[in-house]
Design a protein around this ligand. Structure first.
Ligand code: ATP
Length: 154
């Protein structure tokens, strides 16, 4: 189905704003308006939610999280970046695996199952896109999702 991806991104941003305020995280949104996207709105919402959940979970007080949406000729690019703890290089290849968590002992603090990114990857594949991550320990992480896009022809 076609849906307004820009409005969805705004809606999700509003939903996560209170959580960021509570953690004293600076939360920024940068989006182009009127991006009408063909895909599964529920699944795309789930995808963005997973990435934001993680960004906020792995970023300490006074950090910064940014949600960005850009459109190009034949792709849209969604990115979630944070100034959190980062992911050590040796773990990067495995974080999209089911049940994989960088620090198992952290489960007590954060209570994740290690499924989020496996689901995220699955949703990106369903939309024939790709997902990339770049991360520096103690500096932060950026997930970039690129999805094929064709504007509706009225
Ligand atoms: P959940 O299933 O609740 O999402 P999770 O966060 O442990 O639990 P994933 O979302 O699959 O599981 O993430 C896998 C691992 O990747 C995490 O345990 C964490 O170590 C690392 N990770 C994911 N996103 C970030 C991030 N933004 N900053 C730092 N580490 C991250």
């Amino acid at each position: 189905e076609y849906f307004d991806l820009s409005s969805l991104v705004h809606k999700i941003f509003d939903e996560f704003t209170p959580l960021c305020q509570k953690k004293d995280i600076e939360f920024l949104l940068d989006t182009k308006d009127n991006i009408i996207f063909y895909g599964n709105e529920f699944r795309i919402k789930q995808l963005i939610t997973i990435l934001l959940d993680n960004a906020i979970k792995y970023t300490g007080e006074e950090g910064k999280v940014e949600l960005k949406l850009e459109s190009h000729t034949s792709t849209v690019q969604l990115s979630v970046s944070d100034t959190g703890e980062g992911i050590p290089k040796e773990h990067i290849d495995k974080i999209f695996d089911r049940f994989y968590r960088v620090d198992k002992s952290r489960s007590r603090n954060h209570g994740g199952a290690g499924l989020g990114l496996a689901i995220a990857k699955c949703i990106v594949n369903e939309h024939k896109g790709n997902i990339n991550v770049s991360s520096v320990v103690s500096e932060g992480t950026k997930f970039t999702v690129s999805l094929p896009y064709k504007a509706p022809q009225n």
